[in-house]
Design a protein around this ligand. Structure first.
Ligand SMILES: [Zn+2]
Length: 484
């Protein structure tokens, strides 16, 4: 990543005079795609003349932007992609690219921390911002985040440790270290594709599956289990997967069914009765196959030596991803993922596993969990990009993202083929802190074939011939990476 100016983390800077009219509040919260960002304790967000001002550290750590600081002129430069903002301490004029903008409130210094106007910075960067005055909370939504949020910021978002059940102090454990003994299995992910419910677990479990009628449903009870801490649950500790275009299944629900036996129950709500088969090989995955096959053709086996590719079609179901005036990103992602899967099925040495193969809603955190559970060799997440209307530039082109070093080689080789396939601008391989490429345990890339906000790119992305080319390019990259 290109560093600009002088890299800023926390600059020691003396404040010459106290700030008037700044109502800082320890109760102010900032959420990005539903996750709260942490703020430095000595410089909490607050309100100036109706503008929410936030410590710049929130921008650096939480939103992952590059921030530069030029002390002599008091200039803060914030950069993300093609967008560059310049703000001056105590000046209400800012620059977005070359354009001058008047701010409702000027940036200032508070306890050695630069405070910047949240709405201006966020919206200039293409985030949507809403402010709940009663809750004193700012809600930011990234264009790639959808409801669930693809961009999980780094350390700025780490949840307090008391959210993990292993940290609960158990008074009955006399000699313990305060950690509950790990006797239960964690359920780390759930997905539904190809008529199969796949439940990712971190140790062997003894599930009990049975059919119930009126209405038709299949129940899967997993005793001695708890939801992993990354599992998506609502406030009542329940969750569901909406299955929108499967004729047999309407939705999948899950909850803690019985707390004394610590039984987690999954319910597949059916539109009509269906047979099913359960596969529980003790390998981290429990599969309930409605097609009634006891073994899954998609399941990799460690012995046959094939390479396992997890194809992650971004978004889906109630999360459309980004959009153009007439098209949804989730549809592009699924079309490409299905074409990639079809091509990989022709490869004897590659096993393709799909995170979703229809318009299913799949939470973000489930995506890496499934890949990790089946020990996929690589993880390929398929997306399309966009910029918000408020962004003055209209980028076009193909980008490939990775997070960890071990993914660079995969990113480079797929990107080479992908750029050739789209025929769009080469916007390069980029590093970014994205949840799916960070939380996976194998080389992982996220592909942004083009920009739906750009009408030229959009026409390419939804052209069936170009889609075939894009899928073939991704497959060529995968094969070259594996040396096949
Ligand atoms: Zn996306």
């Amino acid at each position: 990543m290109k560093k600009i100016g002088f890299f800023l983390t926390l600059i020691v800077f003396l404040l010459a005079f106290p700030r008037l009219g700044f109502a800082a509040s320890a109760d102010t919260h900032i959420y990005l795609d539903g996750l709260e960002l942490s703020q430095p304790s000595n410089a909490q967000a607050g309100n100036v003349k109706g503008s929410v001002m936030v410590p710049i550290r929130v921008i650096v750590e939480g939103l992952g932007y590059d921030v530069g600081w030029e002390k002599a002129s008091g200039t803060v430069t914030i950069k993300q992609g093609d967008t560059e903002l310049k703000l001056l301490i105590d000046k209400d004029q800012a620059l977005v690219g070359d354009q001058s903008v008047t701010l409702a409130a000027a940036p200032f210094l508070l306890n050695n921390t630069t405070m910047v106007p949240l709405r201006f910075v966020s919206e200039s960067m293409g985030l949507k911002v809403s402010w709940d005055n009663k809750e004193k909370s700012a809600y930011l939504y990234s264009p790639e985040g959808g409801a669930a949020g693809e961009i999980l910021p780094g350390k700025g978002t780490s949840l307090p440790s008391d959210s993990g059940e292993t940290m609960v102090n158990n008074p009955e454990q006399e000699q313990g270290n305060g950690y509950i003994t790990e006797t239960t299995a964690h359920i780390n992910g759930v997905s539904f594709s190809d008529n199969k419910l796949m439940i990712a677990v971190d140790r062997a479990v003894q599930p009990n599956a049975f059919a119930m009628f009126g209405p038709d449903r299949i129940v899967v009870d997993i005793p001695m289990a708890s939801f992993g801490e990354t599992f998506a649950l609502d406030s009542a500790n329940k969750g569901e997967l909406l299955v929108t275009d499967n004729p047999a299944v309407s939705k999948i629900r899950y909850s803690l069914f019985d707390s004394t036996t610590s039984t987690i129950r999954f319910v597949i709500d059916l539109n009509s009765s269906s047979q099913f088969a359960i596969t529980n090989a003790g390998d981290g995955l429990v599969i309930i196959d409605l097609a009634g096959q006891s073994t899954s053709p998609n399941l990799p086996t460690e012995s046959n030596g094939t390479r396992v590719v997890l194809i992650d079609a971004g978004h889906g179901g109630s999360d459309p991803g980004t959009s153009s005036p007439t098209r949804l990103e989730k549809d592009f992602n699924l079309a490409i993922a299905l074409k990639v899967e079809a091509l990989l099925k022709l490869e004897p040495n590659i096993t393709a596993v799909m995170n979703r193969s229809d318009d299913t809603t799949l939470t973000l955190k489930n995506r890496p969990n499934l890949a990790n559970s089946i020990k996929a060799d690589i993880f390929v997440s398929i997306h399309a990009n966009s910029v918000d209307k408020s962004v003055k530039t209209n980028p076009s082109g193909t980008e490939t993202y990775y997070t960890r070093e071990d993914s660079i080689a995969l990113a480079n080789v797929i990107h080479k083929h992908l750029v050739q396939a789209t025929g769009l601008n080469d916007r390069k391989v980029r590093q970014k802190n994205l949840l799916v490429t960070r939380e996976t345990t194998m080389p992982a890339v996220l592909l942004e074939s083009g920009y739906l906000s750009n009408s030229f790119d959009e026409a390419v992305l939804f052209d069936p011939i170009a889609q075939d080319r894009i899928a073939a390019g991704i497959v060529a990259g995968i094969k070259e990476y594996f040396g096949l």
